[in-house]
Design a protein around this ligand. Structure first.
Ligand code: G4P
Length: 526
């Protein structure tokens, strides 16, 4: 196979949802189709359960398991599919945001009864920022839920997407008879009892076909016809190019647990979803089919075993071919590195690979060289854009309980922050060390890991901070005045960038108003 064909056949994506909508179940069904797993239940164990809110031992255990399922690669219809796993727990949302920088498209799962939920809104917003093409799977049609058109309205209103239904349900819950696949023009029949191995489908290209009545009964058939008519009038026809630009979102209906409607989604997905897309670096746009290797680290995973301090850095390949035991430039450190054991994640098992192509994600064993956002190239100084830090919402001051272990503490904090566990700020006027996170769980994870991996013991003190916002200005006078006037509320992050620690939303707003020359930024591309 040629290099270009290898790129063309790759589909690298993530499935995102509000917890409980069915992301794990759908992932599992896709893996079953690809023969990557043989039994249901294999992915389940990766979930950080809601019950684990303060059980960090459990989180540690699950973190270990999740290395294996961080990337799930499999072959389907000649395509190489890479599913990048994202943690469902909202306290780990930042991990998810970063993973979204490494995919070319996403599938969004929505529960038919619950509609668009909070976490869905946040994640879709991140995808929209990057024009990532999305497909939506409305799940749990075997249960009673919201009316299909109401759901589409809700999706358009809350998520700001233009949608086009590519399948449409006939009934729902008790009356659920199946879906009409508008893309492939066939009726797929639902058998409510028992899991379906093979879907039963009837090719019906024209909905006036009387076989529709035979299979659905007259009233459902009529309903489907008139709803389909309405769809044709109201919603734009599917346009692959618009989808690829992130401007049109196809919607599918089904029931993941019953493996129903999943194959239609997967078949349309492999055909239409984008192969690896060009990537924007600060210096230029990088095309996937360029000869020279480039890639960036979007995730770092610490080793579970504290005796081995090594970590796994996940590299998304953007261009060229990655080869084992070859020297590559670590751009930030300006030095050459080679990797004897690069790992791929096929079929949930890890194996050492000889080469990998654009779109692939490989694991590199790392003894502390990498941090999130780092780039590898064959010599060019490239810095990929768009791996943001999000302004954290929970803050605590770090108190060192054991002054003899200052060094260990510093090292531990630095490494954990490089892994992206949380963000670290040092307040300018008193040197206070502040950790900011998007969720409360990370504080416990950090405390636990500092103790067990670095032998440093810390306590926290609560802080009255509403948000940390990156600040900068092109106007030297305004900047100087800002630094003097707001001195007590300023800190630096680990990249030495200035951050304003706003005590309340009101203070943030008035400060913005009082300092119009200062740019306040809620994400940083550090
Ligand atoms: P998540 O990863 O998005 O958090 O969701 P997950 O797949 O774990 O699914 C959440 C719950 O919804 C699970 O039930 C799952 O079985 C159920 N579910 C998924 N797809 C469907 C569907 O098509 N129809 C119906 N009726 N239920 C579905 P649970 O009771 O939380 O877990 P379990 O005991 O079934 O494992």
């Amino acid at each position: 196979m040629t290099f270009k064909e290898e790129i063309q056949r790759r589909r690298t994506f993530a499935i995102i949802s509000h917890p409980d909508a069915g992301k794990t179940t759908l992932t599992e069904k896709l893996l079953l189709f690809g023969g990557a797993i043989q039994v249901a239940g294999a992915v389940k164990s990766n979930k950080i359960k809601r019950t684990a809110t303060s059980d960090f031992m459990e989180i540690e255990k699950q973190r270990g398991i999740s290395v294996a399922t961080s990337v799930m690669g499999f072959e389907y219809q000649g395509r190489k599919i890479n599913i990048l796993d994202t943690p469902g727990h909202k306290d780990f949302a930042e991990d998810t945001y970063r993973t979204l920088t490494a995919v070319d498209s996403t599938i969004v799962v929505i529960d038919v009864a619950k509609g668009v939920e909070e976490q869905t809104e946040k994640l879709v917003k991140v995808c929209r920022m990057r024009d990532t093409p999305m497909m939506i799977f409305i799940n749990k049609l075997d249960r009673e839920g919201k009316d299909g058109f109401d759901l589409l309205d809700e999706i358009e209103a809350k998520l700001g997407l233009t949608v086009t239904p590519l399948s449409w349900p006939a009934g729902m819950g008790q009356r659920f008879k199946g879906v009409y696949d508008r893309y492939d023009k066939k009726l797929i029949l639902f058998r409510p009892h028992g899991r379906q191995e093979e879907e039963e489908s009837v090719k019906i290209t024209d909905l006036s076909d009387p076989r529709l009545d035979e299979h659905l009964g007259e009233s459902l058939a009529e309903e489907l016809r008139s709803e389909n008519h309405l769809i044709e009038e109201v919603y734009p026809a599917f346009d692959k190019e618009a989808y690829l630009r992130g401007e049109l979102t196809p919607v599918f209906f089904g029931s993941a647990i019953n493996n129903f409607g999943v194959k239609e989604l997967l078949d349309c997905f492999v055909e239409t979803a984008p192969s690896p897309r060009p990537r924007e670096a600060e210096e230029r746009i990088v095309q996937p089919d360029e000869d020279k290797l480039s890639g960036f680290v979007f995730k770092i995973h610490a080793n579970m075993d504290p005796r081995h301090r090594d970590r796994i850095a996940f590299l998304r390949i953007c261009s060229g071919v990655f080869r084992r035991n070859t020297n590559y430039l670590h751009v930030r450190q300006n030095r050459k590195l080679k990797f004897p054991n690069p790992t791929s994640f096929m079929a949930a098992k890890k194996e050492v690979i000889e080469e990998a192509f654009p779109g692939d994600v490989i694991g590199l064993y790392d003894s502390g060289n990498f941090k999130i956002g780092d780039t590898l190239t064959e010599g060019e100084l490239l810095h990929f854009k768009g791996i943001p830090s999000f302004s954290p919402e929970q803050f605590r001051m770090v108190i060192n309980k054991d002054p003899m272990k200052q060094k260990q503490l510093n090292k531990g904090l630095l490494q954990l922050m490089e892994e992206g566990v949380a963000q670290f700020f040092r307040r300018e006027h008193d040197g206070a060390r502040i950790i900011g996170t998007v969720g409360a769980l990370q504080f416990e994870v950090i405390q636990y890991r500092l103790q067990h991996e670095y032998g440093a013991s810390v306590d926290y003190e609560p802080m009255r901070i509403h948000k940390a916002v990156w600040v900068s200005s092109d106007n030297p006078d305004a900047w100087k005045e800002f630094l003097t006037r707001r001195r007590r509320d300023l800190a630096k992050d680990i990249h030495d960038q200035w951050v304003f620690l706003a005590e309340s939303a009101w203070i943030l707003q008035t400060t913005q108003e009082n300092h119009p020359e200062i740019v306040f930024s809620f994400t940083s591309e550090g």
